[in-house]
Structure formats: C-alpha cells, structure tokens
Design a binder for this molecule. Structure first.
Ligand code: GA4
Length: 326
C-alpha cells in the first residue's frame, strides 16, 4: 500500500528483539452479553486490556475513516506536512518531543465536543474522523459504566468513571497511525523494527481499531509480550494510567507497543480514541470504591499536572512513578 514518502534513515529506529508469545491470551468481552460487567472487570484487573466485540460502531464509519486515512497518507509528503502543526496534526517518525522515534506516520488531533479540532485535513477525512469519534466515545462511555458495575459500585454511582471523560472540557484525542512495511533488513535473532515503542497511555481509557495487519503487542503482568491478533471488527480497550489511579491500582494500565510490518507485508493502519479528563480534574482513587481504612497508593494530582509531566517524559518511562506513595 502506501509508503512513508520521506527519505529512509533507518539508523535511529530501534529494533525490537524479544520473542513473541503465542496469541490467544487476550481476553475477549462481548459488550452485549449479560455478563459483560464482570468480564470487563476481570480483564482490566488481570491484563488492563481486552478485545471488545458487539460494540455497535457502524462498519460504514470505520470503512469511511480507513479509506480517508489511506488516501491522506498516500499524498505527497509536502502536502501531508501542510497538516502538521506540532504537537497536533501530521507527524512522521518522531513521537512526542523528547527523542522517541518509530517507523510510522500519523495524525494526532484533539477532539472537541462533537468536532475534531482544526487541522488542515481533507474535509472528507475530517468528517469521517468526527463521525467515528462520536461513535467510539459512546462505546467508551458504555465500557466505563460496565467497569463501574464490575467494580461493585452501587447503581447510583455507576456513572462516576464515565463522567470523568464526559465533560465538554474533557481532554479527548484521536490518533491515526500508519505503519508502512519497513524496508530494513533484519539480522538473525532480530524480530522487527519498532513502529511505536513500549508505553502506557496516560489517559483514562483508549479504544483502538486496526485493519487486518498485526503488530500490536501487550505486556502481561508477568512481563511476557503477547501479540494481539488483528481483528478489524473489534475494538481493543486499554486501561490508561489515570484509570489505574482512579481505581487505586485495581485496574492496571497496560504496556503496549507496535512492531512495524516487514518488507512485503501490508501496511498497518490503526485509529485510537483517547478518553482523558478535564485539565482541572483531580485524579485520585474514587471515594465510592475505597474500602474502610484503604489508603491511596498515589499522591493527588490533576490531569493538567499529569499531562504536563507525561509530555516531558520518554515513551517507555514509568510515568506514574513520581506519584506513587508506596
Ligand atoms: C501515548 C498515548 C497517546 O498516543 C499520546 C502520546 C504522546 C504523543 O504522541 O505526543 C506521548 C505519549 C502518549 C506519552 C509520553 C509522551 C507523550 C509521546 C511521549 C513521548 C498522544 C499521549 O497522550 O501520550
């Protein structure tokens, strides 16, 4: 498919050296099933990640977005650069501002209430992104309610998590990542080129959809990396750092990374919706959840404070470290 139309300097892209574990260890949750709340809770506690099926995002929205994104990434590099407005907009190879690099190009945008923030993108792609993010935001809200239910919160408190990411001021983002096949020859023992280096997401929840090309890997609590089999019909849900804190560590934010496709493989295209809190939102364990005498594992902070610290960090840093009390 489409290639990164910039000169290829492979020397600074790190290689991924570890062996892949077998696929299959990723929990699947049927969001329409009666036991969904318990299954969501179990997945977020044990792995911090799950595959959501029957999520109700219309396939037509996903198809339109995928087509629009593929057309955008096929544009000449110069045209794509017109949509770059660091830190938001188009970017390639460079992730964040602190020296992280990967074999990808992307669009990163903030999502306003109902609209994707201004960036000079083709109008059809903007429209597709807006429709898609509207639909995925709804799924995120539903999943956060299921989490609250699974955590045993009383019916009148089942909206506490959802409300953290629901306000007009909530810091929502969308990212479209394009990983073209990497023309880098691999030496024996090397497993692939880093598309997106290992990290946890700082937000509350992330919902990812990809095309048929694999590459996403998650780290299990025992430190093993697992390849996530691609499934264009599913949404993959990530627990972010803020949700780990809101649940006082009951849910774990999941470390994940992407290995770029090798030469001859298909491009990987993924879209991720990040549900973050409002800047002034206090990120602390939910009082409704705390047992008598239970201590917070973290010192209090706001999302503005955490985001500022996160954006000064490197991708693989343990960002919650400075906020941990024990
Ligand atoms: C990871 C999750 C989201 O993609 C993101 C990323 C952000 C960026 O690409 O600018 C960060 C990364 C992410 C966490 C640490 C910092 C900031 C790159 C980086 C090195 C948009 C986000 O919010 O945090």
């Amino acid at each position: 498919m489409v290639g990164i139309t910039v000169p290829i300097f492979m020397d600074n892209i790190p290689l991924v050296k570890c062996a892949n574990a077998a696929a299959g260890a990723v929990p699947t949750v049927d969001l329409s099933a009666p036991g969904a709340a318990a299954a969501v809770e179990q997945a977020c506690r044990s792995v911090g990640f799950f595959r959501a099926i029957n999520h109700d995002v219309p396939i037509a929205l996903t198809d339109a977005l995928e087509a629009g994104a593929a057309a955008f990434f096929a544009l000449p590099h110069k045209s794509k650069l017109e949509a770059s407005a660091s830190p938001l907009g188009y970017g390639s190879k460079s992730i964040g501002r602190n020296g992280d690099v990967g074999w990808l190009e992307y669009i990163l945008l903030s999502v306003g209430s109902g609209s994707v923030a201004a960036a000079s993108l083709p109008p059809s792609l903007r429209a597709a992104l807006e429709e898609y993010t509207d639909a995925v935001r709804e799924v995120g809200a539903r999943v956060l309610e299921l989490m609250a239910e699974g955590l045993g919160l009383a019916e009148e408190n089942r909206d506490v998590l959802r409300r953290v990411v629901a306000s007009d001021e909530a810091d929502k983002m969308v990212r479209v990542n394009h990983y073209p096949p990497c023309p880098c020859p691999l030496a024996a023992g090397q497993r692939g080129v880093t598309g997106f280096g290992e990290h946890t997401d700082p937000q509350v929840i992330s919902l990812l959809r990809s095309n048929r090309t694999g590459g996403l890997q998650i780290m299990l609590p025992d430190g093993r990396w697992v390849s996530v089999a691609p499934d264009p019909d599913s949404l993959f849900v990530n627990v972010g750092d803020s949700l780990q804190v809101l649940t006082n560590g009951r849910f774990q934010s999941v470390k994940h990374r992407v290995v770029a496709p090798a030469e001859g493989e298909q491009s990987r295209l993924s879209v991720i919706y990040f549900g973050g809190p409002a800047p002034t939102q206090r990120i602390a364990p939910l009082p409704e959840l705390m047992r008598e005498g239970e201590l917070s594992l973290y010192r209090d902070f706001t999302w503005a404070e955490y985001k500022k610290a996160a954006y000064k960090s490197r991708l693989s840093d343990h960002r919650l470290g400075p906020f941990e009390l024990f």
